[in-house]
Design a protein around this ligand. Structure first.
Ligand code: HEM
Length: 527
């Protein structure tokens, strides 16, 4: 029978082609129906046309999204004047969609002013999902993989030693010392540079201003062109905002190119200056042209330095407010490391309580409460709900970190929640990438710098606790100042605690001097 069917097809190929086309159309329509069937996600009641657009609070929208989630469920939608935004408040749902269905959830929403004009489409965190992103991402991954991250440990150890020395000399300037240390080690990882001397280093200032410009420009409503993309067709001479964006794109390209060329020149001139870094890998591989290489490194440095530093700031806040946790952490360090040397990378596995303090710091006050939004490129159905193509997808890290199904008493700072009863073994909630949080995001867009960030943070936290008691500082009247943990400054994607004073008191001056004498040396001069 099969034979006669085949003969019939061979005899009339035109009819066979029509038949195949028909079958394919039916299959396509069926799969499309499968993907689009399902009920709409729940949505808070809005107003006609604008939907929920005017209901989104300008400050801390993640808190309001958590409240909506409590009424509507772990995943719901918002109508932002016709644009669908999906909000996920639950680790499991986020992982189901953003990790497991990463092939369709890994785009970014279009950002005309920031991504396309100010960055010329070259800023990796805002890039659309496609070939250019794949090239940049590959380079980032090669320079930041868990194995390669181990080759930067010496840089982190050296920076931790410089940090505590600076804190001992100028404890009042603790915040700029923290930011200097993190900026410096991120610069070394990216460009192979020696430690920078102060947080006022011109390179750091330029990159900080670049990030600030992006933050301001990406605030909702900052540029009408985001709502009315047709405006992008205006010539630059008629659109001041376009000239502004193009001007900064050129300036920032020059800035990132100079950094890249400088690293290239130095490593060629003097091999003794060579340090493992992402730039050295890029020179070796030659897979990216100079502009792409310069922007890849610039993207990595700007995405990594300030986020990592923000976590250190939360840590200082947590230690001031929870001295009993600090004492317990110091007892572990004294047991494992002793008084006469500083902690080093080899101690990481022997410090379960310090690792729990780090996780709890990240969970307790999320520095990236809404992460960077993803964008769905295909209709999807999840647990009976239809999620339309072209939805912007937010994961609400702030809400997930406070989910009472996962964490009891979430407002409390309690590192023990990440340990078993012996306090030797880790207990990590499911769907959190073995981290106990999902601060580094999801799927194919997950932060490529997570391993480097974890190493930097763990070594700095352990070294600071080894060296100092962190305490409340006194104000001008001699009164102890208790910082408010709920006062925060929203800097766009990153949220940091509002400024507060802190006091760093050396625990053991003799041991400190002995350890400093053995620490990896640098000729860094402190501010
Ligand atoms: C504690 C510090 C850090 C935090 C909280 C953080 C957080 C994030 C988050 C939430 C994302 C978006 C993930 C997603 O869309 O699902 C991201 C992306 C990214 N991060 Fe990090 N990050 C940190 C450190 C670093 C470091 C040290 C580097 C590099 C040296 C880095 C480079 C990047 C880059 C290039 C992206 C864009 C990836 C892409 O869009 O494909 N980050 N990061």
């Amino acid at each position: 029978m099969f034979r006669s069917f085949l003969d019939a097809i061979l005899a009339r190929p035109d009819q066979a082609a029509v038949l195949c086309l028909g079958v394919l159309t039916v299959l396509f329509l069926h799969s499309h129906k499968q993907r689009t069937k399902g009920k709409p996600l729940p949505c808070p009641k809005g107003i006609p046309v604008l939907g929920n657009a005017l209901q989104i609070q300008a400050t801390a929208p993640w808190v309001q999204m958590a409240k909506w989630g409590a009424e509507l469920g772990p995943i719901f939608r918002l109508n932002l004047g016709g644009q669908t935004a999906v909000v996920i408040n639950d680790y499991r749902v986020a992982s189901d969609l953003l990790d497991r269905r990463s092939s369709i959830y890994s785009d970014r929403p279009r950002m005309i002013m920031t991504s396309e004009i100010m960055c010329g489409g070259y800023f990796l965190p805002f890039m659309r999902y496609g070939n250019l992103w794949r090239k940049f991402r590959k380079a980032a991954h090669e320079g930041l993989s868990p194995q390669v991250a181990e080759s930067y440990l010496q840089v982190h150890e050296q920076e931790s030693a410089i940090l505590v020395e600076a804190l001992a000399k100028q404890p009042d300037a603790w915040l700029s010392h923290l930011y200097r240390a993190v900026a410096s080690s991120t610069l070394s990882v990216c460009y192979g540079t020696p430690p920078i001397q102060s947080y006022d280093d011109p390179v750091v200032k330029d990159v900080q201003e670049f990030i600030h410009r992006l933050d301001v420009a990406s605030k909702p409503g900052a540029y009408l062109v985001e709502m009315f993309p047709l405006l992008n067709r205006l010539p630059a001479w008629l659109a001041g905002w376009k000239r502004f964006g193009q001007f900064w794109h050129q300036r920032d390209t020059v800035m990132f190119t100079n950094l890249y060329e400088d690293a290239k020149r130095k490593s060629r001139l003097d091999k003794s200056l060579y340090q493992p870094s992402i730039s050295s890998l890029l020179f070796e591989k030659q897979e990216l042209d100079d502009k792409a290489a310069a922007w890849t490194l610039g993207s990595l440095f700007s995405a990594g330095a300030f986020t990592t530093a923000a976590i250190h700031q939360v840590f200082v806040l947590a230690m001031i407010l929870h001295p009993q946790v600090m004492c317990k952490a110091q007892a572990e360090i004294d047991r494992v490391v002793g008084k006469n040397r500083m902690p080093n990378a080899g101690d990481r596995d022997k410090l379960p309580y310090i690792r729990a303090v780090m996780r709890e710091t990240i969970r307790w006050r999320s520095v990236g409460p809404l992460g960077i939004p993803h964008y769905l490129i295909q209709d999807d159905v999840y647990e009976g709900y239809h999620i339309p193509k072209n939805s912007i997808v937010f994961f609400n890290e702030w809400a997930m970190n406070r989910d009472t199904k996962v964490y009891d008493d979430p407002e409390n700072f309690r590192p023990e929640r990440f340990l078993d009863e012996t306090e030797q073994y880790e207990v990590i909630p499911p769907f959190t990438h073995d981290e106990g949080h999902t601060l580094f995001g999801y799927g194919r867009r997950r932060c490529p710098g997570a391993h480097v960030a974890n190493n930097t943070i763990l070594l700095n936290l352990a070294t600071i606790l080894w060296a100092f008691d962190i305490q409340k500082a006194r104000d001008a009247n001699g009164e102890l100042v208790t910082p408010d943990p709920d006062k925060q400054v929203d800097e766009g994607i990153v949220v940091v605690p509002a400024d507060f004073p802190a006091s760093f008191v050396i625990r053991d001056p003799d041991g400190f001097q002995r350890a400093l004498a053995q620490a990896p040396q640098s000729d860094c001069i402190h501010p």
